[in-house]
Design a protein around this ligand. Structure first.
Ligand SMILES: Cc1cc2nc3c(=O)[nH]c(=O)nc-3n(C[C@H](O)[C@H](O)[C@H](O)COP(=O)(O)O)c2cc1C
Length: 217
């Protein structure tokens, strides 16, 4: 029978060393907005989505679904809809403050990465489930649970050397229609997934220092 939980024999390397090594790996992760065409086997994506689906969830309701888009025609359709939404956002909706925040990330309304990345993983939150007689049962802490699963996904891909971009055009309802998702699902996030383009340099960013985010009492 499979052994679940975290039982393991003590390792020769100290826990502190291992945690520091993992920190170095994870701190290297950056969102990538330009991808290479280098292929990634589908099994790898399936495996990482399964890691995401092993995440904890409120009352173990697992309120997520993942649609992996690799079809070029579907990616093209998603890009067209996304860029229409983005154009409205950048020209009309975004406040001046929001626009200047985005300036440092050098983002704009064109989104070539949608077609460049070999995979676009569309993540949905199931706000409720639908029973056999059509009755609805609410899901508890659904968004929080899907956020944790998305973190598992980003982390597992990163540890395999694969880059991601969390992408959230607003509104994102078009993705539910394009992918014919059921009515109890709402789009949570898209994740562009692939190898980083060799020429791409992520924008410089400052992360908070430990004393700014950690309090131990
Ligand atoms: C919830 C969420 C939504 C995001 N949406 C977008 C987006 O729509 N477009 C984009 O270019 N980046 C998006 N990002 C990426 C952030 O801009 C990026 O994580 C942040 O600038 C920090 O950079 P890093 O991921 O390289 O550490 C999003 C990230 C998160 C967590």
């Amino acid at each position: 029978m499979a052994q679940y939980g975290n039982k393991r024999s003590p390792d020769s390397e100290s826990l502190v060393n291992r945690s520091q090594r993992l920190l170095t790996v994870m701190k290297n992760r950056r969102s990538v907005r330009s991808f290479s065409e280098r292929p990634i086997p589908e099994e790898v994506i399936e495996c990482c989505v399964s890691i995401a689906a092993s995440a904890p969830s409120g009352a173990n309701q697992q309120p997520w679904s993942f649609v992996v888009v690799r079809d070029p025609d579907m990616k093209k359709q998603i890009r067209e809809k996304a860029e229409a939404v983005e154009k409205a956002f950048y020209t009309k909706k975004a406040t001046q403050k929001w626009r200047s925040t985005l300036q440092s990330l050098k983002t704009g309304h064109t989104k070539p990465f949608i077609e460049q990345a070999p995979y676009l993983i569309c993540i949905f939150v199931q706000g409720y489930s639908i029973g056999k007689k059509g009755e609805r049962s609410p899901h508890y802490y659904a968004s929080r649970s899907v956020g944790i699963a998305t973190g598992f996904l980003i982390s597992s891909l990163h540890q395999l050397g694969i880059s991601t971009l969390p992408y959230t055009p607003a509104p994102m309802t078009f993705i539910r229609d394009l992918l014919h998702r059921p009515k109890n699902e709402r789009p949570y996030m898209m994740l562009a997934v692939g190898y980083q383009d060799d020429e791409y340099v992520p924008p410089p960013l400052e992360k908070k220092k430990r004393e700014e985010y950690l309090t131990i009492v």
